[in-house]
Write a protein of this length. Structure first.
Length: 218
């Protein structure tokens, strides 16, 4: 957790104060992520698809957490040269106390929902949360490094053999939050593709949270 005074967020009245916290092409080049280029930024106004958990109570928390809307939000997105890894980044600012409540909802989702279903049209996609103890990205160690609080989890979505791997890091600093999400096809554990994905994830984990918090990369 950061305790540096210079990591405090800038006043909300400052123009571009959220945009300057996002990763840029220049940041990617400096971090050795030249393989990634910018995409059209995803819209923060898009609503997530309806989701269903094991109980009505968890379904309510699940949809509230993923459907949460910030007071202000900016986003960017990157893809590597062969389109195998997409990285989405969002920086948001919420009303006083709302970021704490949102993080609490996300923690409840990941703690109590081992799996849930997303409903897109007539298609149902199963999402499974990877146990942190079995995740090679070691999310519990990552969470200790950033901000007032952080939460990182990996999910597998879709049928066996065609699963997408989605790894998300959430970092809260005061009333601001960083969402950093990596999307790729699930790779064979220990294989070269898994190592390549892990390397890219590791570099972004050094770059994006540090810029969000106003700290030098680790």
């Amino acid at each position: 957790m950061s305790t540096r005074d210079d990591a405090q967020p800038a006043p909300t009245s400052q123009a571009g104060d959220l945009e300057r916290l996002l990763v840029t092409a220049a940041d990617l080049a400096e971090a050795g992520l030249d393989d990634f280029t910018g995409l059209a930024s995803p819209s923060s106004d898009e609503d997530p698809p309806p989701m269903t958990a094991a109980t009505p109570e968890l379904t309510a928390v699940l949809n509230r957490a993923f459907g949460d809307k910030a007071a202000r939000e900016v986003r960017t997105s990157f893809m590597n040269a062969d389109s195998s890894i997409v990285v989405d980044e969002g920086v948001s600012e919420r009303a006083p106390g709302a970021a704490v409540a949102w993080m609490a909802d996300m923690r409840q989702v990941y703690a109590e929902c081992a799996a849930w279903a997303m409903h897109i049209g007539d298609q149902e996609i199963t999402v499974e949360v990877v146990d942190p103890a079995g995740d090679p990205s070691e999310p519990l160690k990552v969470e200790q490094r950033f901000g007032d609080e952080a939460l990182m989890r990996t999910m597998l979505a879709g049928p066996a053999g065609q699963q997408a791997q989605i790894t998300t890091l959430l970092v809260r600093h005061g009333d601001r939050a960083l969402e950093l999400t990596f999307r790729s096809l699930a790779a064979e554990p220990g294989g070269p593709e898994a190592a390549r994905i892990a390397s890219a994830v590791s570099k972004f984990l050094e770059l994006a949270p540090a810029k969000f918090l106003g700290l030098p990369p680790a």
